[in-house]
Design a protein around this ligand. Structure first.
Ligand code: ADP
Ligand code: MG
Ligand code: ZN
Length: 480
């Protein structure tokens, strides 16, 4: 932390929506498709082509707005943001300006410094621009334009300048990321740019009311880079101010290899864009009824799930947070409980073997070979003493490999736990007979060797002997 200055950060996050088609035309959205293959006169910006608003995109804006406590505007307006860039053939981007679709929301975050609520100024809808490809192919240096991404629906979520450290900024971003992915409005893919942020950073002397001059770091698409970029920027501005210099309001780029930011261009002011209502689009009217219909379908959000897992299912906070972090994992866990598993046992297995297996094979939980009823069925067999917890790992692995249920595997492989003393006794007798030295030690008071005997018996029974029965019988025989 800087001792002389207070750090002030506001974030603008671009969230790419998961609609089937683009925001103002019917073209599909496919990352990595051959350049310009997903285009039409509208997204190519050809003269005379007219935009038509995608209802699903509006619905997703409402969903995101409600989930972040925003007011949903009954009437909002699309505006043209005019600027020239080769990836923007129309010469303007359709965005929202004075009347965005959502305003005045908030997001609760937790950092080591404690809990805090960050204001969300507004959420507006806009179209993405195309992409420039700079190549040196065929002996020349070319810049080529790919307009597949043009007209992709985005939400821009703008925070209040409420964040006070790079840690808070990262916590805010992670929380927002988790929510939009939970809601299904964004695929959350950072590498593909589906979730990217501009970080506005300024410093002010402690106690000063007015905000300092900010710089804006553009388009950072990793949580780690956001932290690095902000930390670097804070240092840079502090040095400038220390030397009696001034921060210039400008747009900067983060260079991940160098870990630094560099000036890209002077910061435009809103009036430079000559915003005006787009005459091709009527104002967007959202009825209260539509908002209420959407509200009724909102999924339970991670925070609410964490609380419910603790209060209703009795899970520890740690388990609840791990399980609730991803919606599909949470659903899987709940399906296990619904199928009759003890919540804590289900939690242990999901957080342990299930997640480990998914990671090892890099597969999604939707493709998990062990279904929730199967896992619950196996847990049942631990509960009723058919198998031990140790053998359960073997059964689980086999369920994973073969897709069979626990009972079939237990029978086929003869994994049933042996509680019958008649079967355990001969094993114990043999072990005692084979290890006279250890028996002597035990009888002379070295009770620690008891563990050795348990281990030997379990090994000889291939893990199938019931541990309680083994303990009891061993004690009796060794003491004799
Ligand atoms: P622009 O598009 O010009 O960057 P926006 O209003 O879209 O303007 O976004 C401004 C962002 O910068 C907001 O997140 C806001 O909280 C933040 N911000 C504004 N002033 C400052 C400042 N002095 N220091 C840090 N962040 C700021
Ligand atoms: Mg900005
Ligand atoms: Zn199109």
């Amino acid at each position: 932390m800087n001792s002389k200055y207070e750090i002030v950060i506001g974030l603008e996050v671009h969230v790419q929506l998961t609609t089937a088609s683009k925001i103002f035309c019917g073209c599909p959205i496919r990352f990595g498709a051959p350049p310009n293959s997903q285009t039409c006169p509208v997204c190519l910006g050809l003269p005379g082509a007219l935009p038509v608003l995608n209802r699903q995109a509006v619905q997703m804006a409402i969903i995101a707005g409600l989930a972040t406590g925003c007011e949903i505007a009954g009437r909002s307006v699309f505006a043209r943001k005019n600027y020239f860039y080769p990836d923007l053939p129309k010469g303007y981007q359709i965005s929202q300006y004075e009347l965005p679709v959502c305003r005045q929301g908030e997001l609760a975050i937790v950092t080591e410094a404690g809990g805090k609520t960050i204001g969300i100024t507004r959420i507006h809808m806009e179209e993405d621009a195309g992409k420039l490809l700079h190549t040196e192919a065929e002996g020349g240096r070319y810049s080529q334009v790919d307009l597949n991404r043009a007209c992709t629906p985005l939400l821009e979520i703008v925070s209040e300048p409420d964040l006070r450290s790079s840690d808070e900024a990262v916590a805010y971003l992670k929380k927002l990321h988790q929510i939009v992915v939970y809601l299904g409005v964004c695929d959350g893919n950072l590498e593909e740019g589906s979730f990217r942020c501009d970080a506005n950073v300024s410093l002010r002397p402690w106690g000063q009311k007015e905000l300092g001059t900010r710089s804006e770091i553009k388009n950072v698409n990793s949580f780690r880079f956001v932290k690095q970029a902000i930390d670097y920027e804070v240092e840079r501005q502090a040095e400038l101010l220390d030397e009696g210099g001034k921060v210039t309001q400008e747009t900067r780029l983060f260079d991940p290899t160098a870990g630094t930011t560099r000036s890209m261009r002077g910061k435009e002011e809103a009036h430079d864009y000559r915003y005006f209502p787009d005459p091709d689009l009527v104002p967007l009217v959202i009825s209260r009824q539509w908002v209420e219909e959407v509200r009724a379908t909102l999924p339970e959000l991670p925070q609410a799930k964490v609380e419910r897992f603790i209060t209703e299912l009795g899970l520890p906070l740690y388990d609840a947070e791990v399980l609730a972090a991803e919606r599909q994992i949470a659903d899987y866990f709940e399906a296990c409980v619904a199928a009759g598993g003890q919540p804590k046992a289900c939690s242990n297995w999901v957080m342990g073997e299930v997640i480990r297996g998914l990671n090892a094979e890099a597969i999604d939980i939707a493709a998990c070979p062990v279904t929730p009823p199967r896992l619950a069925g196996m847990l049942q067999r631990i509960d009723d003493g058919t198998i031990s917890g140790k053998i359960a790992k073997t059964v689980f692995d086999e369920m994973w490999r073969s897709g069979q249920g626990a009972d079939a595997i237990i029978e086929a492989k003869g994994l049933r736990q042996v509680t019958d003393t008649g079967a355990i006794e001969p094993i114990i007798d043999a072990i005692i007979a084979a290890n006279p030295a250890q028996v002597e030690e035990y009888r002379s008071g070295k009770e620690k060797v008891f563990g050795f005997f348990v281990g030997q018996v379990m090994k000889a029974s291939k893990g199938k002997a019931n541990p309680a029965a083994v303990n009891e019988l061993l004690l009796k025989k060794l003491k004799a």
